[in-house]
Design a protein around this ligand. Structure first.
Ligand SMILES: NC(=O)c1ccc[n+]([C@@H]2O[C@H](COP(=O)([O-])OP(=O)(O)OC[C@H]3O[C@@H](n4cnc5c(N)ncnc54)[C@H](O)[C@@H]3O)[C@@H](O)[C@H]2O)c1
Ligand SMILES: [Zn+2]
Length: 817
């Protein structure tokens, strides 16, 4: 390459890398994998090394990738927070080791190995044993002061006690969101229909930069520490420093190992290759550091990295497998998510059978065809993803995967809003998963609190036509008899493309065979999860032969199953078989298969299919087919549910109002409206002006309230609920109103209070007619300032000119002193 070409390529690479840095650090939404990113950076560094004249001091090779944001105070680091050089190959590790030997002039040194935690780097300064400042890495020189947020992280000590603690010291570590928490948050977000967090690292960095510390506190972040800095430290090696901070009470991951040479480092890397997936945090590699501080000093730094440390990164594991089919899930908001069903393949310690395809664009981007062989990868994300198709293994007449046009749950034509990637089912009123979302909200603890109606039961009642709106819940009492014997769980089912019903292989094998318990079938399948369907069935035959369970009839049934699956050639779903094929086996072709197939596209359960087919089955056959069904509603369950439903009629008006699920009306607003108007009639009669006059009620809220009330369907629901005796007016005797001295005031409390706990202050504000607001904004009338109010909050409040009062003043206001 000549210098002109090099210059052009360097400019191009720099621009690309800057772009990806921005996507990664600012937008928390990377477009390419770390491996691809590191390749670009490596190419840039190689060019700059060959053409040193072209090295621009502003080149991304010379800078740490993050930046500072304007939402926080900027603080300079007393010691620069560096990046680490990284490599994906053992050869380069060995070259690194050779450079260290050369730098020191001898091989007498130790390494300290640690896992490379994939979170957000933090620097925390302690003075006289107390935490004074926590700052993000930022651009390496300066970072964001996020002290208020870091203080909410439970296992980061606010105060250190002990002997010989230096007057000032700094610790550095990685803040992360434990995987379990991440999954929990995403599950909750999915239920609420909110956008999912991309991965735990983004979630942690987003959380750390939130303006409201009380939200941060709820997220349960955690931190692993791996560095100690200070002028008066009594330690001379990294291992001593780590023992010391452990002793002081800092959380150190017990994954480290001090080793004698590079061979032992390689062993450490090998040891953790799979084991790392059992850690509570994502890790993407190993960091090795020269242990001795004097030796570190001798080795020094490059512009961006220390010469005494390097990161070895594990390459995201990838595997190739066959695409069996694409199924479509309908979320509680009606959003459609396509899922790829894959022939099982082992990857990063688990068997992968499914991968999310996100939306139609993704299918197009991959140019996915039926029966394609695809590459799956498990990177920082927990759900594996398809990175590419193997074009060489594509069948020449394979058809492209075509996106569904109609909702697999209710058959309504799907919609896609301009600028949105996802398709939606617009049938909010009666599409089962969407109804499920509304009913779950209605019965939830904070609404009608009917805890005997769990998701599974609700879903069964919806799917079998018992419930389409909240008022139907109160009709169940009259239909008790019909509930008896209904299939309760839908867990054994799955649907494909145009609604074709599938049942788990476990149920199918259990029903088709005799003399085996469902546990025996379950255990067998659990041991053979990595086999493709056809092989599982063969192995199962072998298994029953060994168990000596009525061999001929059992193995015969499996033979039929294998050949029927092949004959009908329906889309394949790993671990599931089409219900129609199984029922066909039982009926020994007495009914036309096409007919069974059509019914199984419309009905959601075996129970439903059999009712539709209206067959005259003998008792023996009925009993065998029954083995396909899930648990059914029995007396105890029904009684329990009826009690819960009856008790819920006592919930106060504000809970009922919240339960209706009117958009933009949360718990607090429902309470505000209920207390202000007293009855649903008065609320319905209120004009926009009257509504807007209430502090805390804005235009959006008024619009969604009016929209809700104007729909005849909702009016009907309200009328029916009233008829069932639910409370649509405030029971004056029960109201906890203690006074109205705070009427119309919007209030927030921050910091530690002496007379109130967190929830108590909120109750106290409301009980005196005020409104509690959870974040600092210019709409606040005042803030009650507690002890240790977060500095960033305080600054914001001052900037916005929100007055601050003391707890004493507040007590006076409500007449408590
Ligand atoms: N995919 C993309 O588009 C994209 C874009 C930019 C950066 N990246 C990736 O981000 C990484 C660069 O990020 P970086 O500069 O934040 O990190 P780095 O790879 O330079 O490593 C330094 C960081 O590692 C962390 N760390 C974790 N465990 C540690 C331990 N035990 N000891 C010391 N440090 C530890 C610290 O936060 C530290 O700041 C690269 O791996 C790159 O692939 C990807
Ligand atoms: Zn639908």
């Amino acid at each position: 390459m000549n210098p002109q070409e090099a210059e052009k390529r360097i400019a191009q690479l720099s621009q690309e890398i800057n772009h990806h840095n921005n996507r990664y650090y600012q937008e928390s939404n990377p477009e390419i994998s770390d491996f691809e990113f590191d390749k670009l950076l490596e190419e840039l560094i190689a060019l700059e090394t060959s053409f040193p004249d072209l090295l621009d001091p502003d080149s991304p090779s010379q800078r740490v990738g993050g930046t500072i944001t304007k939402d926080f105070q900027t603080v300079e680091h007393s010691t620069k927070m560096l990046s680490l050089g990284n490599t994906y190959s053992v050869e380069e590790l060995i070259s690194f080791d050779e450079r260290v030997v050369k730098g020191l002039g001898h091989p007498n040194f130790e390494y300290f190995c640690e896992m490379k935690f994939d979170g957000v780097a933090i620097s925390i300064v302690y003075e006289n044993g107390r935490m004074v400042r926590a700052v993000t890495r930022g651009d390496g020189y300066k970072g964001d002061d996020v002290t208020a947020n870091v203080r909410t992280i439970r296992n980061i000590p606010l105060e250190i006690k002990g002997d010989n603690i230096p007057a000032t010291f700094e610790v550095r570590g990685e803040i992360f969101l434990p995987l379990k928490e991440f999954l929990k948050i995403n599950a909750a977000r999915e239920e609420a229909g909110d956008a999912l967090l991309a991965n735990p690292r983004n979630a942690a960095s987003g959380t750390l930069k939130m303006q409201d510390s009380s939200v941060v506190a709820k997220r349960r972040l955690n931190c692993y520490f791996y560095q100690l800095l200070g002028d008066e430290l009594s330690v001379n090696t990294h291992s001593e420093a780590i023992s010391l901070i452990e002793k002081w009470g800092f959380n150190v991951s017990q994954t480290y190992r001090k080793v004698a040479d590079i061979q032992e480092v390689i062993q450490y890397i090998e040891d953790w290759k799979e084991k790392r997936f059992s850690l509570p945090v994502d890790t993407d590699g190993v960091v090795l550091k020269v242990n001795n501080y004097d030796q570190r000093e001798e080795l020094g730094f490059t512009a961006k990295n220390p010469r005494w440390a390097i990161a070895y990164k594990y390459k995201a594991e990838s595997a190739e497998t066959e695409l069996l089919s694409v199924t479509y899930q309908v979320g509680r908001t009606g959003a459609i998510t396509p899922v790829a069903n894959l022939s099982p393949v082992s990857l990063a310690g688990t068997t992968v059978k499914r991968a999310s395809l996100h939306n139609a664009n993704e299918i197009e981007r991959l140019d996915l065809h039926e029966g394609d062989f695809v590459f799956v990868e498990k990177g920082g994300e927990i759900i594996p993803k398809i990175t590419a198709v193997n074009p060489e293994r594509r069948n020449s007449n394979a058809k492209p995967v075509s996106y569904i046009t109609h909702c697999p749950e209710c058959g309504t034509e799907l919609e896609r809003k301009e600028s949105e990637a996802k398709h939606y089912c617009p049938n909010a009123e009666s599409c089962p998963p969407q109804v499920l979302g509304r009913i779950e909200h209605f019965v939830s603890k904070r609404a009608m609190d009917i805890d005997s109606m769990g998701t599974e039961r609700i879903r069964a009642l919806i799917d079998q036509g018992f419930i389409t709106d909240p008022a139907d819940i109160y009709e169940l009492e009259a239909k008790k008899e019909e509930l008896l014997g209904l299939e309760m769980s839908q867990d054994q089912y799955e649907t494909e493309g145009d609604g074709l019903l599938y049942i788990t292989l476990e149920k199918a094998l259990y029903a088709l065979t005799e003399g085996l318990t469902s546990k025996q079938v379950h255990d067998f399948l659990a041991e053979n999860t990595e086999l493709p369907l056809a092989e599982v069935l063969k192995a199962f035959q072998e298994h029953i032969r060994k168990l000596k369970k009525k061999v001929p009839s059992n193995t015969g049934m499996i033979d039929y199953l294998i050949s029927n699956l092949k004959d009908h050639n329906l889309p394949k779903l790993e671990d599931y078989v089409p219900v129609a094929v199984v029922i066909d086996l039982f009926l020994s072709r007495k009914v036309d298969f096409q007919q069974v197939l059509e019914v199984s596209k419309k009905e959601g359960t075996v129970h439903g299919i059999l009712l539709k087919l209206n067959l005259d089955l003998n008792q023996q056959l009925t009993d065998r087919i029954k083995k396909l069904k899930a648990n059914t509603f029995q007396d105890g369950v029904i009684k329990n549910m009826m009690e819960g439903i009856a008790v819920s009629k006592n919930q106060p008006f504000e809970k009922v109002l919240f339960a209706l699920g009117i958009r933009n009306i949360g718990e607090n607003t429902a309470q505000l409206l209920a207390r202000h108007f007293g009855t649903i009639e008065k609320l319905e009669a209120a004009t926009s002006e009257q509504l807007l006059d209430i502090n805390g009620v804005g235009e959006t809220l008024v619009l969604s309230l009016q929209d809700f009330l104007s729909q005849p369907k909702n009016q009907e629901i309200i009328a029916r609920l009233k008829g069932f005796g639910l409370n649509f007016e405030v029971d004056e005797s029960e109201s906890k109103q203690l006074g109205n001295s705070l009427e119309g005031k919007r209030i927030l409390a921050s910091g530690k209070l002496t007379h109130f706990k967190r929830d108590e202050i909120k109750d106290a504000v409301i009980a005196h007619g005020g409104q509690y607001i959870s974040s600092v904004s210019k709409n606040l009338d005042f803030i009650i300032e507690g002890e240790d109010m977060g500095p960033s909050k305080k600054e914001k409040a001052q900037k916005l000119g929100v007055p601050m009062i003391s707890e004493e003043d507040f007590l006076k206001m409500i007449g408590d002193v």
